[in-house]
Design a binder for this molecule. Structure first.
Ligand SMILES: Nc1ncnc2c1ncn2[C@@H]1O[C@H](COP(=O)(O)OP(=O)(O)OP(=O)(O)O)[C@@H](O)[C@H]1O
Ligand SMILES: [Mg+2]
Length: 494
């Protein structure tokens, strides 16, 4: 009892049973007013307190859904968490989720995501739900889908647009509400809940459920993009491991090819060597017969033997070329590195080639500066390079001159062989350095040869650590060049 009440009753009890004085009456009224005011303020405080409690409950619901959903590994788990939390919050026994799937002909797809403690009791309702096709506007989820807002049904057994009414009556569910899970403006899922008794709409609850929907939407969006990234990563990893397998396969195949190529080169090297021995004997004996060592030979037979000798020599040079290439490819061509005079190499080539140039009326000129240093390299092979290039120049040039020039700079010899022949088309210039490649012009084809000379030249120069190239315009002659380090200490590995 408050002090005023106590005082008031005390005053009344002390009063003689006569008419109250006006002062006492005044006091009584005042006390009455105060009592009313106190009761009102107590009611207001109580309401505020319960509002505060509800607000706290709602906030903790949102918070716990957000936390649990964030921690879940997939979108399905997040939805399951939300169903369980909302059922606990509302005390409603059943909850279920639908997903909106793009290629489902506009129908919502029921999921296996349910909340329901009493599985036996809800079994039929569950089956009916999962068998019903919900389109926009149809049933509770269809209505939520159409409105994109929460929907409340006071009593599903009396609702005109609730196709599962029979199953609902059987298991005793009455009120229901559903709300959309939104990603932006798109509905990605719908959650529905059922209570045991009919209930009037609770705007405050629907409002909080709308928040749950938006929150869940954000989580689902994030989970789905994480899932997509994960899926992409997995497929990338798979593609990578397939590529790695392929790469390993290729490496294996390459090793096999290299081994096969080694065998081929080895075989060719052996074969060429074996062919050369009897061929040398054929050429040698032919020469002896032609020189009348075995007696006089009739003119007719001499002609044929000369043909045998020329063809034999041609075959021998071809075999020599193949032997050289095979040796280089098999890594068996060893340079014999010794000191040499480049001017001597040039002069010996000019001397050897003169007999080929003069019948054509070609001038064969060499330009060499004085005081060229002594070189170090494989003289015989350098000679071979120059022979090939000068040989080509003479072979393809019909008039004018073939000029050989040597310069030396930066510890390098640069040898240039230029001619006044037909030149080489730009499109042919690169490939003529490859094996068996000849320029397409019918003129050069008529000159004979197998297209091995330049590929041997290139490899020998490269073994010395030098480089080779050419410049030409069709119809304006050709200039081939190669460089050699003045002093080669070690041969390069190709
Ligand atoms: N000085 C040149 N002028 C014009 N074309 C040339 C010249 N040198 C080379 N070629 C072209 O390059 C091709 C390849 O030359 P390469 O020396 O490799 O082979 P080849 O001379 O035809 O045959 P091989 O040298 O094996 O007897 C020639 O067939 C020719 O078409
Ligand atoms: Mg040639």
């Amino acid at each position: 009892m408050f002090v005023q009440d106590f005082l008031y009753s005390k005053i009344l009890s002390l009063m003689p049973n006569t008419n109250h004085s006006s002062e006492v009456e005044l006091l009584r009224k005042r006390l009455e007013r105060e009592r009313r005011a106190r009761a009102e303020s107590e009611a207001i405080a109580e309401k505020a307190l319960s509002q505060q409690y509800l607000w706290q409950k709602e906030m903790s619901l949102l918070q716990s859904i957000a936390t649990a959903a964030n921690e879940s590994v997939a979108a399905d788990h997040a939805v399951q968490t939300a169903l369980d939390q909302v059922c606990t919050f509302t005390g409603w026994p059943v909850g279920h989720a639908y997903f909106f799937v793009e290629d489902n002909c506009g129908e919502l797809a029921p999921t296996g995501i349910w909340h329901g403690n009493d599985t036996d009791r809800f079994e039929t309702f569950r089956k009916v739900t999962e068998a019903t096709r919900f389109k926009e506007g149809f049933g509770l989820p269809g209505r939520v889908f159409a409105l994109r807002k929460p929907v409340w049904i006071i009593d599903v057994t009396k609702d005109a647009n609730f196709p599962r009414a029979k199953a609902a009556t059987n298991i005793g569910v009455r009120a229901a509400f559903g709300f959309p899970v939104l990603v932006g403006v798109d509905v990605v899922a719908i959650l529905e809940f059922f209570s045991d008794v009919p209930r009037e709409p609770d705007d405050r609850l629907l409002n909080i459920m709308a928040h749950v929907g938006t929150l869940l939407g954000r989580v689902i969006e994030r989970k789905r993009s994480q899932e997509a990234i994960l899926e992409k990563n997995t497929s990338l990893e798979q593609a990578l491991s397939e590529k790695l397998c392929l790469y390993e396969d290729l490496k294996l195949k390459q090793a096999e090819l290299e081994a096969a190529s080694q065998h081929k080169s080895q075989f060719l090297a052996n074969m060429s060597h074996e062919l050369r021995t009897p061929l040398n004997a054929i050429i040698g004996y032919t020469e002896l017969i032609l020189n009348n060592i075995y007696g006089d030979v009739p003119e007719k037979i001499k002609e044929i033997l000369q043909y045998v000798e020329t063809s034999g020599r041609h075959l021998l040079s071809l075999i020599n070329d193949i032997l050289d290439l095979s040796k280089i490819e098999a890594g068996q061509l060893k340079l014999s590195l010794n000191e040499y005079f480049i001017q001597e190499v040039v002069h010996s080539v000019i001397t050897a080639m003169e007999p080929l140039a003069s019948p054509k009326g070609l001038a064969l000129v060499a330009t060499l500066p004085p005081n060229l240093p002594i070189g170090k390299g494989d003289e015989r092979r350098i000679n071979q390079v120059l022979l090939n290039l000068v040989g080509n120049a003479i072979k393809f040039t019909e008039a004018g001159e073939v000029r050989v020039e040597v310069t030396q700079r930066d510890n390098e010899f640069r040898v240039t062989i230029s001619d006044t022949g037909p030149g080489i088309a730009h499109e042919d210039q690169k490939r003529i350095f490859d094996e068996f490649q000849q320029a397409d012009s019918s003129n050069t084809r008529k000159k004979g040869g197998t297209g091995l000379g330049l590929s041997i030249v290139k490899r020998i120069v490269m073994l010395h650590g030098g480089s080779v190239g050419m410049e030409s315009e069709l119809g304006q002659g050709a200039t081939f060049w190669f460089t050699l380090p003045t002093c080669v200490e070690r041969q390069e590995v190709l």
